[in-house]
Design a protein around this ligand. Structure first.
Ligand SMILES: Cc1ncc(COP(=O)(O)O)c(C=O)c1O
Length: 457
């Protein structure tokens, strides 16, 4: 009999995934982290970060734990706080599912929800808000992105468990990378035991880790737009980059074919593991870590309408369309069709991008203003491309837009379903031009679509 719930954290089982790996040679095995008492891999660091702070005298009786977290770390910490009598305040980004927020509140924690569409330095960002709260008296911020107890826990527990459970046979370890704690700790331990083990990082499209252009994505808990102190990139031998659609479809398959209900980031890890397994010899043993349960995502990837609205299924049941998104965009924020002409300078374009706080604009034929027809579009100006041009050619500021512009933004029609919009945006476009018949009526960005969907969630 365990003395308390904390003693039951870790020592999660391994299970073979024979269905999902039937079409590849190697043996694929999953580490079931959703079987931790708090339902995720983050139980492990909740307790270790708190106990390290107690030992260092940073966290004292009656203290408050303040942490920015996408949810699972919050639950791990909330359980420890409940047992040890600390107050907990969690700061979460607004894309985190409502169920996860309710869950942390159920353990007695306070939760503050912050906007994702702002820079980390913005006072409203979840990093800034948590810094402010952590500066209050008696507050302790475990900071899972900085705290070395995070990777160390995995070097002391998860790594040795995998070694023991596979009898040293493990050839590759696959995991999603959020704080990087799991992959760093496990990777370091395994490489010490077996230098030729391969560590595979599973990364969402839109994350910096695998070198992608940073952009929003919907898988929760993994991928980043900065390099945390808890992640040692040298430990990862192979990166596999996975789309939201692939991750969610694989998570659903795992539930239906293996009977294991997992979250979206487990789907990302499984896609990576399967892809990697296909390149390995038949006798290889590949372990993939499944961080949490699908119970926290029933209204997202396990909901048919949600999947359809995001274009992750056949877009049959999609309710919203391009017109709805445009209508929801606050009309007083931007003139409907800010645009440039080919004769204007790059410097003027940059001033206009800055004035309206946008990162791309269409370029229309010289004489055209608000009433643009589909054949009046000559190209587009995109902030990323301008930055590249400015870095390689300092004289670019005085050049004409017509000489440096990019191809036009893709076009969608007012009655196109959101599935079509999602597919276009997933193809790498930063924004889309919306047309009504042969007239352009607006620009739609990823942020507009996400804002529209989150307002309806
Ligand atoms: C759902 C989920 N998956 C994966 C991870 C990644 O683990 P780590 O932070 O150890 O890299 C996290 C981290 O927050 C998570 O919440």
């Amino acid at each position: 009999m365990a003395p308390d719930l904390l003693a039951l954290m870790g020592d999660t089982p391994l299970v073979r995934l024979d269905r999902l790996s039937h079409d590849v040679g190697p043996t694929l095995v999953a580490k079931l982290e959703m079987l931790n008492p708090g339902g995720s891999v983050k139980d492990r660091i909740g307790i270790s970060m708190v106990e390290a702070a107690e030992a260092a005298g940073i966290l004292k009786p009656g203290g408050t734990i303040v942490e920015p977290t996408s949810g699972n770390t919050g639950v791990g910490l909330a359980i420890v706080a409940a047992r040890k009598g600390y107050r907990c305040v969690f700061v979460v980004p607004d894309k985190v599912s409502g169920e996860k927020v309710s869950l942390m509140r159920a353990y007695g924690a306070e939760v503050v929800v912050c906007p994702t569409a702002v820079e980390p330095e913005d006072p409203r960002s979840y990093y800034s808000v948590s810094d402010r709260l952590a500066a209050e008296p008696n507050a302790f911020k475990p900071n899972q992105y900085f705290n070395q107890a995070n990777p160390q826990t995995h070097a002391f527990s998860t790594g040795p468990e995998l070694w023991r459970q596979t009898g040293g046979r493990i050839d590759a370890f696959v995991a999603g990378v959020g704080t990087g704690g799991t992959v760093t700790g496990v990777g370091r331990y395994l490489k010490e035991r077996k230098p030729d083990v391969t560590i595979v990082g599973a990364d969402p499209e839109g994350s910096l880790y695998s070198g992608d252009t940073v952009r929003p994505y919907l898988v929760e808990g993994i991928g980043e737009d900065f390099w945390p102190e808890t992640f040692d990139p040298d430990v990862v031998d192979v990166w596999e980059r996975v789309s939201d659609a692939e991750s969610f479809q694989m998570a659903r398959r795992c539930a239906r074919e293996e009977g294991i209900l997992i979250g979206g980031s487990g789907g990302t890890a499984l896609v990576a593991a399967h892809r990697f397994a296909a390149t390995q010899p038949d006798d290889a043993l590949i372990v993939v870590l499944l961080p949490d349960s699908g119970r926290g995502y029933l209204s997202k990837l396990y909901d048919e309408t949600w999947m359809a609205e995001h274009g992750f299924n056949q877009p049959t049941a999609g309710k919203g369309n391009v017109g709805d998104v445009l209508e929801a965009k606050s009309s007083d924020r931007l003139p409907s069709l800010i645009h440039l002409h080919p004769g204007e300078t790059v410097a003027a374009a940059i001033a206009l991008l800055k004035e309206y706080g946008v990162s791309q604009m269409p370029v229309f034929a010289e004489a055209v203003h608000d009433d643009a027809r589909t054949d009046d579009v000559l190209g587009s100006i995109r902030e990323n491309a301008l930055l590249d041009a400015a870095l390689s050619d300092p004289g670019v500021m005085q050049r004409a837009i017509g000489e440096v512009m990019q191809p036009p933004l893709p076009t969608v029609s007012l009655d196109d379903p959101l599935g079509r919009v999602a597919a276009e945006l997933a193809g790498g476009a930063t924004a889309l031009l919306a047309r009504d018949g042969d007239r352009f009526v607006g620009v739609i960005t990823r942020a507009d679509v996400l804002e529209f969907l989150s307002a309806r969630a």
